[in-house]
Design a protein around this ligand. Structure first.
Ligand SMILES: *[C@@H]1O[C@H](CO)[C@@H](O)[C@H](O)[C@H]1NC(C)=O
Ligand SMILES: *[C@@H]1O[C@H](CO)[C@@H](O)[C@H](O)[C@H]1NC(C)=O
Ligand SMILES: *[C@@H]1O[C@H](CO)[C@@H](O)[C@H](O)[C@H]1NC(C)=O
Ligand SMILES: *[C@@H]1O[C@H](CO)[C@@H](O)[C@H](O)[C@H]1NC(C)=O
Ligand SMILES: *[C@@H]1O[C@H](CO)[C@@H](O)[C@H](O)[C@H]1NC(C)=O
Ligand SMILES: *[C@@H]1O[C@H](CO)[C@@H](O)[C@H](O)[C@H]1NC(C)=O
Ligand SMILES: *[C@@H]1O[C@H](CO)[C@@H](O)[C@H](O)[C@H]1NC(C)=O
Length: 759
């Protein structure tokens, strides 16, 4: 009994904000003594050996899976059915079923069993408030590559608001003949834009069409592939023409999440179906903490997808700025971090001493006259919950402008201030979030300012007996020269499960993104063209999914790894002002925040060279992670023998970046190769430009690459030598790059050096 409790606590801890959902499941289950410990397990089994009598038809797989269920229930169809939640046949070999720990134990004895783990519930990757602010993306719509025509993007999310004008099919041709998907909406709701819509939520008894009750899925879908909509805005802000990254691509929604999270078994089921339906790109703005890839439903399902040539883009997570905080680390996935765009929805705090501090707010009331109001900091009483303006912590603030400390529930803080009679709110960042601010749909006049501004405002309050302040609403301001900036929330590397692969891969817009929303968030908006601004790596991921669709449209023969390479080797590490991209501190962001850098779609469309990887190339890499043959088979669904294939170090995978671990005192030499494929002009000559990371020596051979044919491959060698003093100064990592430059192209491989035993 004691043991069981521990397991439960650990799961709840790992689930983070999905706690409520999990608890309700647990409570419901407890009503029946026998079923109290029953939960959904993901069970991986061996692929049945193919022979004349055991073809791989779906029915045969199903009956194979049934043999793993406990004998007592296997005999009774009626009881068996509800136990089996999902059966997988494309991207994974196994199933999801409701089982007790005892039943799982019994199953372990069966021939063909590989592993089982309780299904996890993964959060969506918006920052934690339900009212994230977003930023309109629609400006400067990317017009390359046929607007993504002919490409199908599958989005796994909370459903979709199908009649939104962003999903109009004006200008969108019918789907390609290979499309086999279904639309579970009534009659004519689906069209040439929204070509598929299905509901995979096993937790909900309703089934039914994949209606978006939350907003997240409508937002991410329209960011990836929304059609053009003029006059899109939220609260009148960020007004302009909205469009997704691939406005003429097709969309297929696979509903797997509610606002409480997304269950792993449903995610794998949706991936399994999407692959069979014929999608080209998969977009997943969700994820949990890092697990070994063979235990991670998204990693396993994504491998099945790339085996079929399908590109998989996932959000990096919102657990920044701490290091080692990533989700979705597998090297066959594009892992996308979040950054700002050059627009702010400005609201300036003006103090009684004329000090001004720029901040942001989506809600900008026209009837606020910006007269100076008495300024108070409830946290001055020493009570942390008053400082945070937590629910129930405030009273008697009639007519005042109130300073609240930031953190989770930004909009809720404003609700508390309003409840206590406050006239306005200045939301100040905690130290860790620095200068990273988000434009939210506040319920009262408000502005979100930096940590530094907060210090100044609090010092001003201390300096006078009658502090006053107000807010000046300045609307939509475009042209921040420091954009893109890495958002504080964006999860950081190094990768926990595979530190020899640099992650995140790329950053893209994720702060204050304006995109479609199923319902009006603003009483002033009429009709169906409703938009909202939200923030998170959930918003960055579909930007990259849409850009991948554009590349797929202009280069139909490129593999998922080739598309990824094109995006990464052409990424920007400088901001609009031409200096290094900064993070929430306004100091240069490091390589574990940026990955390869910020996406540049037009450069990605013409990269010159690519670093390609075939699905089978991952096998020696997985052997090098010391996974067992059986564990690797869970991922690859084919027989693997590492002693025959051989293992390679992680950094030997033909990845478009390098992440090298090196010791501190001894000199270590490491050799790797990389193979580039010429996708530029047939006759091209590339010369080496090398910025050697501090702490190591490095050499590359040859230093000139001469191509005479398209698709010609050349392999080069790289040698790293750790300096004797590496790590002595306690600096745990270093960065540099290796670049191949021709007269038309510049192909950059960013290099991270992780110094072990530093300090
Ligand atoms: C879809 O059809 C069902 C049953 O035919 C009906 O009850 C429902 O109102 C319809 N929904 C929409 C959005 O038309
Ligand atoms: C948005 O822009 C359009 C076109 O310029 C204009 O007609 C419309 O009034 C604007 N709406 C708002 C709320 O500013
Ligand atoms: C303001 O004064 C209080 C009490 O004297 C002090 O604790 C606090 O540190 C001061 N804050 C600032 C920002 O100076
Ligand atoms: C929207 O308008 C309705 C009716 O006028 C009002 O009750 C509601 O509070 C308003 N909602 C917001 C968010 O302002
Ligand atoms: C795998 O095992 C070998 C031998 O024990 C070890 O040298 C290597 O560091 C391990 N690799 C990983 C990724 O753990
Ligand atoms: C894997 O290959 C090695 C070396 O060829 C062989 O000895 C071993 O039996 C093989 N393992 C399996 C499970 O086939
Ligand atoms: C590439 O260069 C070779 C030798 O100079 C020449 O024969 C060939 O025609 C060139 N190919 C193209 C596509 O220009």
């Amino acid at each position: 009994m004691e043991n069981k409790k521990c397991v439960m606590l650990q799961i709840i801890y790992l689930l983070g904000f999905s706690v409520m959902f999990y608890l309700s499941v647990a409570v419901a289950a407890e009503t029946d003594e026998d079923k109290s410990s029953m939960q959904t397990y993901i069970v991986w089994v061996k692929r049945p050996v193919q022979n004349l009598f055991f073809a791989k038809s779906h029915e045969d797989l199903e009956s194979w899976y049934q043999t793993f269920l406990p004998d007592t229930i296997a005999n009774s169809n009626e009881l068996t059915k509800p136990r089996m939640v999902h059966t997988y046949r494309n991207v994974a070999t196994g199933f999801a079923a409701k089982l007790t720990p005892e039943e799982v134990k019994a199953m372990e004895q069966k021939e063909g069993f590989v592993s089982a783990h309780p299904e996890r519930i993964l959060p969506l990757h918006t920052t934690h408030s339900p009212n994230f602010l977003g930023l309109q993306q629609g400006l400067g719509v990317w017009k390359g590559a046929n607007y993504g025509e002919g490409v199908i993007i599958g989005v796994l999310d909370t459903g979709i608001g199908p009649d939104h004008p962003s999903f109009s099919d004006e200008g969108v041709p019918p789907p390609p003949a290979k499309w086999k998907g279904k639309c579970d909406f009534n009659g004519t709701v689906c069209n040439n834009k929204l070509i598929g819509a299905r509901n995979f939520q096993s937790g909900k008894t309703t089934g039914g069409p994949p209606v978006d009750d939350e907003g997240h899925g409508t937002h991410t879908s329209s960011t990836a592939a929304g059609n053009f909509v003029k006059g899109a805005n939220a609260f009148g802000m960020a007004n302009g023409t909205a469009a997704g990254m691939a406005p003429y691509a097709h969309l297929a929604m696979y509903k797997i999440c509610s606002e409480d999270g997304c269950t792993e078994g449903d995610i794998v089921a949706a991936l399994d179906t999407a692959v069979e339906d014929g999608v080209d790109v998969l977009s997943l703005s969700l994820g949990g903490p890092s697990f070994p890839f063979y235990e991670d439903g998204i990693a396993v399902g994504a491998f099945g997808a790339i085996q079929k040539g399908i590109f998989v883009s996932c959000s990096a997570g919102n657990s920044g700025p701490s290091y080692e905080s990533l989700s979705n680390e597998a090297p066959w996935i594009l892992t996308v971090g979040g950054s700002t765009i050059d627009r702010s929805i400005r609201a300036t705090a003006l103090l009684g001493d004329h000090g001004e501090f720029d901040g942001v707010s989506l809600f900008q009331p026209k009837d606020f006259n910006s007269a100076l109001l008495p300024l108070v900091y409830p946290g001055a009483n020493g009570n942390p919950s008053s400082a945070l303006c937590s629910p129930g912590s405030l009273e008697n603030l009639e007519g005042k402008i109130v300073v609240c400390e930031g953190g989770r529930g930004r909009v809720a803080k404003g609700e508390e201030v309003k409840r206590a009679g406050g006239a306005a709110m200045i939301l100040v960042n905690q130290a860790i979030d620095g200068y990273s601010v988000l434009a939210d749909a506040h319920v009262l006049p408000a502005t979100h300012v930096s940590y530094q501004a907060g210090l100044n405002i609090k010092a001003f309050i201390n300096s006078t007996s009658t502090p006053t302040a107000t807010i000046l609403f300045k609307g939509t301001v475009i042209g921040d020269p420091l954009a893109p900036k890495v958002a504080s929330f964006s999860s950081r590397g190094p990768s926990i499960r595979s530190p020899g692969i640099l992650k995140p891969d790329i950053i893209g817009p994720g702060v204050s993104i304006l995109a479609a929303w199923p319902v009006s968030v603003d009483n002033g908006t009429e009709g169906k063209a409703t938009f909202n601004m939200v923030s998170g790596t959930s918003m960055s991921c579909p930007h990259l999914s849409g850009i991948a669709a554009l590349l797929k449209s202009s280069h139909p023969d490129w593999s998922p790894a080739a598309i990824k390479s094109a995006i990464m080797t052409t990424a920007e590490v400088e901001n609009l002002a031409g200096s290094a991209i900064v993070d929430q501190t306004l100091f240069p962001a490091d390589i574990f925040a940026l990955g390869a850098g910020h996406v540049n779609p037009s450069k990605a469309n013409d990269p010159g060279l690519i670093y390609d990887i075939q699905p089978e190339d991952y096998i020696p890499y997985l052997c090098g992670l010391n996974y067992t043959d059986e564990q690797i088979q869970v991922i690859t669904q084919q027989t693997v023998n590492c002693s025959q294939v051989g293992a390679v170090p992680e950094a030997q995978l033909n990845y478009p970046t390098f992440s090298i671990k090196t010791g501190s005192s001894e000199t270590q030499t490491q050799y790797y190769t990389r193979t580039v494929t010429n996708v530029g002009p047939a006759n091209s000559t590339y010369e080496l430009a090398l910025v050697v990371p501090p702490k190591v020596g490095m050499s590359v051979n040859p230093q000139v690459l001469t191509f005479t044919e398209v698709n010609q491959k050349i392999t080069y060698h790289v040698e790293f030598n750790a300096h004797d003093d590496a790590g002595k100064d306690g600096v745990p990592f270093a960065e540099g790059y290796l670049r191949w430059v021709s007269d038309k192209h510049s192909v950059t491989t960013r290099i991270a050096i992780l110094i072990l035993k530093a300090i």
